[in-house]
Design a protein around this ligand. Structure first.
Ligand code: SAH
Length: 481
């Protein structure tokens, strides 16, 4: 961060604008909107500034710039078309410790003016640190279209009730109260212009809340395969309102970072050999926290109901009478398919797709090999890296050809994604040579052939990221753009 965003209180404060043209007029108006007393120093004024001066809204110093123009001001904006004058304003302002902005000249500025979305008292400032004002404006336009014009009224309503809510509700109940108000039907009433009804509904909500003990809840949320772009809106919303977050190693740090800043974060582990917390302990912890009235986010890699033990967790919550919500996530198979260019089904190659776990129990894999070794079927194996040699052997022994295309994809959808492609008979060997490590997904089937075509077209599956590809046909490591 090159600049610290702050909001300055300028009401009644003296500010200087140097320059008398249209740009200076825009800046003067901005300062007036913030309640400042504005003095414009320029030998002559453009029509817009002259109007403001006639209305008595600005003071005009009809003179060329001199040091006196800066006496007693808390902030100065230079907008003349003479760089030497602007530079002098900047030098003198800095020397006396007054914040200075020179229009379109970042080097001479001690602060920059952001693009603004004004829903007062809600104000959103967007800055690119001077890198691209156009980008800042585009972002502002997007925000303008996202945030209802009446947002300011919602904030005013909240402001009117703020002290009362503070007195009436204890801290743990306050945040959920405001979240209900600001995201629910009361906000809807404000947005549709029914302010009186909104105010009455807020009164009722406050009465109800003072009589109700806080109710905890568990959100079982799929975080997708790794790329934060693949989160759902529902996941993000719950991530930002939970009080406690329980996450395991499959959830990437970039995603954990998107949870509420002041939420308590608990790592509950679960790598093969490192079960930081056993499943029963996780279940018990969730129940305990929710019973205390906390909103608990159980964040899971991929989808919670695909090899995620989500079913077991929900069963134990239901048995304990704890409220819960489940949010699906993009499972690893779908992430791999899109980001490695391997569709799971295809009219010409595969009419079915089977997801299995290759997790070893007592060193063996107990799978329906006949059912798996079928033609025209894509086989996706979760947790299959350790048992890969046995897996390939069994599939071939049960009828799949040794030259059936296959792939192993490590850390799919993340910038570190790696893909090894090889015929089934050579796959285990190639993967060992490449030194892949979990999490990896194994895909077996003719659809793997499509990768050559699909991973290459612009902007598509690898999304322009450089993903190292190792393949049996071309043993040297190549970058795949
Ligand atoms: N619930 C998860 C799966 C959990 S089991 C889901 O729906 O995706 C853990 C296994 O998922 C890993 O061993 C691996 O086989 C697979 N996996 C999860 N994320 C992955 C990723 N980004 N890349 C490759 N495999 C992944």
């Amino acid at each position: 961060m090159d600049h610290l965003p702050i909001f300055l209180k300028l009401a009644g404060e003296r500010c200087a604008v140097i320059g008398g043209g249209e740009v200076a007029a825009r800046k003067a108006r901005l300062l007036l909107d913030a309640g400042a007393r504005v003095t414009v120093t320029a030998p002559e004024l453009c029509e817009a500034l002259a109007d403001l001066a006639r209305q008595g809204r600005i003071e005009h110093r009809a003179a060329a710039f001199t040091r006196e123009a800066l006496a007693g001001v808390v902030l100065v904006i230079a907008a003349t078309d003479d760089r030497a004058v602007n530079a002098e304003v900047s030098r003198l302002a800095r020397a006396q410790g007054t914040p200075v902005n020179v229009v379109d000249d970042p080097e001479l500025c001690s602060f920059i003016l952001p693009a603004i979305v004004d829903r007062s008292p809600v104000v959103i400032a967007v800055s690119t640190g001077g890198a691209s004002p156009v980008l800042a404006r585009l972002l502002r336009a997007r925000l303008e279209s996202l945030i209802p014009a009446t947002y300011g009224q919602l904030a005013q309503l909240a402001q009117r009730f703020r002290e009362r809510v503070k007195r009436a509700l204890p801290p743990p109940a306050r945040r959920p109260f405001w979240e209900r108000v600001l995201q629910g039907p009361i906000a809807g009433l404000v947005f549709s212009g029914r302010l009186q009804q909104a105010e009455e509904a807020l009164e009722r909500e406050l009465d109800d809340s003072t009589q109700r003990a806080p109710v905890g809840e568990v959100y079982l949320v799929g975080a997708g395969p790794g790329d934060p772009d693949l989160l759902t809106f529902a996941a993000l919303r719950l991530m930002q309102q939970a009080d406690v977050v329980l996450y395991d190693n499959l959830v990437s740090p970039a995603i954990v970072d998107l949870t509420r800043r002041d939420a308590r974060r608990i790592y509950v582990g679960k790598r093969r050999a490192d079960h930081t917390m056993r499943q029963e302990q996780i279940n018990a912890l969730m129940i305990e926290l929710a019973t205390q009235g906390q909103r608990v986010l159980r964040l899971k890699g991929g989808d919670p109901y695909v090899f995620g033990r989500g079913g077991e967790e929900i069963e134990s919550l239901a048995a304990a009478g704890v409220r819960f919500q489940v949010v699906p996530g993009i499972t690893a198979a779908c992430g791999v398919a899109a980001y490695a260019g391997i569709p799971l089904t295809h009219r010409d190659y595969a009419q079915s797709c089977v997801l299995v776990t290759g997790h070893l129990k007592d060193g063996t894999m107990d799978l329906d090999w006949h059912g798996l070794a079928r033609p025209r079927q894509t086989l996706v194996i979760y947790m299959g890296l350790l048992g890969l040699p046995a897996l390939c052997e069994q599939l071939i022994a049960h009828g799949l050809p040794a030259d059936m295309p296959a792939a192993v994809v490590q850390q799919a959808t993340l910038p570190q994604q790696r893909v090894v492609v090889a015929p089934l008979g050579e796959l285990a060997c190639k993967v060992e040579e490449a030194g892949l490590h979990p999490p990896t997904l194994v895909i077996v089937g003719d659809v793997v052939k499509l990768r050559d075509k699909l991973a290459w077209f612009e902007g598509a599956p690898d999304r322009g990221r450089a993903v190292p590809v190792l393949s049996a046909q071309a043993p040297e490591q190549t970058a795949d753009h």
